[in-house]
Design a protein around this ligand. Structure first.
Ligand code: HEM
Length: 180
């Protein structure tokens, strides 16, 4: 996992719960990174799992719920940090269509060691698209949060339904409906 994922998660936790919560959920002895992250570094996915687990214990929120909230937060940050990706297109559906075919390809050029999911996007009609998420990291609630909050940049709203859930979440089919 790229360091930006960790540094942004720490920012989110600090702004929502305060710096004490950051100290509580980082258990350096459990982490390969020892809890020291830079945005350009790369750290094991297991470190993210450990941090989210402690955040879940400390807040009482479930891990899927936390992942979704983090995806929502990160979409807002990406729309500032990587504004040109959002500006290239005029709607959330066009953006979603480009995640696999353009955005993540560019991300991979910037960060060759990035571990990215795979998406198949199928447009059904002007108000519905399906996205099939595939990743061994099973971060589909994170994907859901990113999809949901990416719409905000275009002043759009979407409703997301999980149509199919396979291989313990390594393959998830979403229906995204544009509510205008
Ligand atoms: C400008 C927009 C975007 C940028 C710059 C971006 C960049 C990234 C980066 C840097 C990572 C981390 C890779 C790693 O840690 O090794 C990532 C992961 C991920 N991205 Fe994107 N992304 C963007 C938009 C999206 C959108 C709209 C979606 C949802 C459809 C999405 C879905 C995901 C998911 C689910 C992961 C987690 C890794 C996994 O599940 O295997 N991304 N992305």
């Amino acid at each position: 996992m790229k360091g930006i994922v960790f540094t942004e998660l720490m920012e989110m936790v600090e702004s929502q719960f305060g710096i004490e919560m950051v100290d509580r959920i980082i258990q350096p002895q459990e982490l390969v990174s020892k809890g020291v992250f830079t945005s350009v570094g790369t750290y094991p996915f297991s470190d993210l799992v450990s941090i989210l687990g402690h955040l879940s214990q400390a807040t009482g929120a479930g891990i899927p719920e936390l992942e979704k909230a983090f995806g929502q937060y990160l979409a807002g940050r990406f729309s500032k940090l990587y504004l040109p990706f959002f500006q290239r297109v005029n709607s959330v559906f066009e953006l979603l269509n480009e995640v696999d075919s353009y955005i993540h390809i560019e991300v991979k050029k910037l960060y060759p060691d990035a571990e990215l999911p795979q998406f198949d996007t199928i447009k059904m009609d002007s108000a519905h698209i399906e996205m099939i998420y595939r990743s061994q990291r099973k971060m589909f609630p994170f994907a859901e949060g990113l999809i949901d909050a990416s719409a905000t940049y275009y002043q759009q709203k979407v409703k997301i339904k999980v149509l199919e859930w396979n291989h313990d979440g390594a393959e998830v089919r979403f229906l995204v409906e544009s509510l205008g």
